[in-house]
Design a protein around this ligand. Structure first.
Ligand code: SF4
Length: 411
C-alpha cells in the first residue's frame, strides 16, 4: 500500500527553510556554484553548531544544512549573510535558481555569463510569478549538464550561445552572452505570464517542458535544431586535467568534520566547485595526486569516493526515516548495504516515499518504503522506473538483505 506524499511545490532555501522530521532544512545556493575555503569552513562549523553535523550536496549544486532548530534559524541567516552566502531577500534567492557547469574553463565564458544572469535575475522582480522550482543552467558545451533539471539552458556553442527551453529540441541562437540573457529572460517572462493565467483559472502553474512547444521566437531570433537531451549520470570521480579533482561524498552526505579536515589541507587559493552530481571539484591543476591528498583525508574510503569504479556511485537515497517526516521507512543504510550488488551500468534508488526527492530520473531498480496490506513496513520494487511508479513486488528489509543478488537478477 502506497500513501500519497505531500508535494510542497517548492524547494527549501536559506530564507524559506523546510520543516522536516529532524528540524529545518536550510539550502544554501553558493554564488556561481563556488565556495572559497573560508566560506566552506564556516559552513561546516554552522552544521556542527546549529545542525546535525552533516552537509548534504544536492542535485542542483546546492549545499544543505539540516537538523536546524527553528529558534536557530535567525542565527544561521546572520552567519550566511556575513560570509556572502545569503541573497538580499527570499524573492531574489528563489529567482537565482541557477546551476553553473562545474567543469567549465575560462575561455568558455560560463562564469562571466553566470554573473550577468545572476545580476539580471536579481533585478527581475517581474519574474516573481514563476513557479518556485523554475531553474536555469549554464553549460560550457551542450549536454555537459544533461540529466540536471533546468527550465532554460544556456549552452555555449560555436555560434555563441544556445538558449534552450526544456522540452524542445530547438534553441534560440544568441551571438553573445548579453543577447543570451535577454533571450532567456524573454522566455522566462512568457512562461511567467502563462503560469499567471493558469493560476487565475485555479490550475497549477505548470512546467516549461509541457508548454515549450507553444513558444514563439521573438523578433529577430530564430529557432535552430538542438541535440535531444539524453539522460546522464554525470562524470565519475577523478582528476580533471587543468581544473582539479572530482571527489564524491557517499549519497551526497558530507560530515562537517570530514570537510574541515579537507579544508585544512587544501592550498590557500583553492576553492570548491559544488556540482549537481553530489561531488565537489577541488580546484587545482588536476595533475596526478597532489601532495596534500592523504592529509586531506581523501584516502579514507568510508568518507570519500575517489575512484570511478566505487559501487556506491551506483546507488542513491533520499533522507528517509527518521529525518524526513513523510518517510515510510529508512533508506540510506539500506542503499549503502546493497551497493556492492548493483551491477556496473545499473542504478539502485532507495526512497522513503513516492515523491522521489533525491532522484527524478528513472533507475534500474527503485525500492520505495511503503506498507503492505497488513500494515507491515516493506519496500515496493519498481523496475526501470521512478519513485512514483507502480511496484510489481514488495519485500521486507530483511528479505532484501538476505538475498540482495535477486534485485538485479535477469531471470
Ligand atoms: S522522497 Fe524521501 S525525502 Fe522526499 S518526502 Fe519522501 S521520504 Fe522524504
Amino acid at each position: 500500500m502506497q500513501t500519497t506524499p505531500h508535494i510542497q511545490g517548492w524547494c527549501p532555501g536559506a530564507w524559506q527553510p523546510m520543516a522536516s522530521g529532524d528540524g529545518l532544512v536550510v539550502r544554501v545556493r553558493p554564488p556561481l556554484g563556488r565556495l572559497g575555503v573560508a566560506q566552506a569552513r564556516r559552513l561546516a562549523r554552522l552544521a556542527l553548531v546549529h545542525g546535525n553535523g552533516v552537509l548534504e550536496l544536492s542535485s542542483r549544486a546546492n549545499v544543505q544544512l539540516r537538523g536546524i532548530a527553528p529558534g536557530r534559524h535567525g542565527a544561521v541567516l546572520g552567519a550566511l549573510a556575513s560570509m556572502g552566502l545569503l541573497d538580499a531577500d527570499a524573492g531574489r534567492e528563489r529567482r537565482r535558481n541557477l546551476v553553473i557547469d562545474p567543469l567549465c574553463r575560462p575561455p568558455e565564458g560560463v562564469q562571466a555569463l553566470g554573473l550577468v544572469l545572476q545580476q539580471a535575475l536579481d533585478a527581475a522582480q517581474d519574474l516573481d510569478g514563476l513557479p518556485a522550482k523554475f531553474g536555469w543552467s549554464i553549460e560550457g558545451a551542450p549536454g555537459r549538464l544533461a540529466g540536471v533539471s533546468a527550465d532554460i539552458r544556456l549552452q555555449r556553442d560555436a555560434g555563441g550561445w544556445l538558449v534552450r527551453p526544456h522540452g524542445r529540441d530547438q534553441a534560440l541562437q544568441a551571438r553573445d552572452g548579453n543577447e543570451a540573457v535577454a533571450l532567456g529572460l524573454g522566455l522566462a517572462r512568457w512562461f511567467a505570464g502563462r503560469s499567471a493565467q493558469r493560476r487565475a483559472l485555479g490550475l497549477r502553474p505548470g512546467r516549461m517542458a509541457a508548454m515549450a512547444r507553444e513558444l514563439q521566437a521573438p523578433p529577430g531570433a530564430a529557432w535552430v535544431a538542438a541535440q535531444p537531451e539524453a539522460p546522464c549520470e554525470g562524470p565519475a570521480p577523478g582528476a580533471v586535467p587543468g581544473l582539479g579533482w572530482l571527489v564524491a561524498a557517499p549519497l551526497g552526505r558530507l560530515p562537517a568534520l570530514t570537510l574541515l579536515r579537507l579544508l585544512r589541507a587544501l592550498p590557500g587559493r583553492a576553492g570548491l566547485r559544488v556540482t549537481p552530481w553530489r561531488m565537489l571539484l577541488l580546484e587545482g591543476d588536476g595533475d596526478g595526486r597532489p601532495a596534500w591528498w592523504g592529509a586531506a583525508g581523501l584516502d579514507d574510503d568510508w568518507a570519500w569516493i575517489t575512484g570511478a569504479q566505487d559501487p556506491r556511485l551506483r546507488v542513491s537515497a533520499c533522507t528517509g526515516a527518521p529525518g524526513c517526516s513523510q518517510a515510510l521507512g529508512p533508506t540510506q543504510d539500506l542503499a549503502l548495504e546493497l551497493a556492492d550488488h548493483v551491477p556496473e551500468g545499473d542504478h539502485l534508488h532507495v526512497t522513503g516515499c513516492a515523491k522521489g526527492c533525491a532522484r527524478q530520473a528513472p533507475a534500474t531498480v527503485v525500492l520505495r518504503a511503503e506498507r503492505d496490506a497488513g500494515g507491515q513496513a516493506v519496500y515496493g520494487l519498481v523496475h526501470q522506473g521512478r519513485a512514483g511508479d507502480a511496484a510489481l513486488q514488495q519485500r521486507t528489509a530483511a528479505a532484501l538483505r538476505d538475498n540482495p543478488g535477486l534485485l538485479f537478477s535477469k531471470e
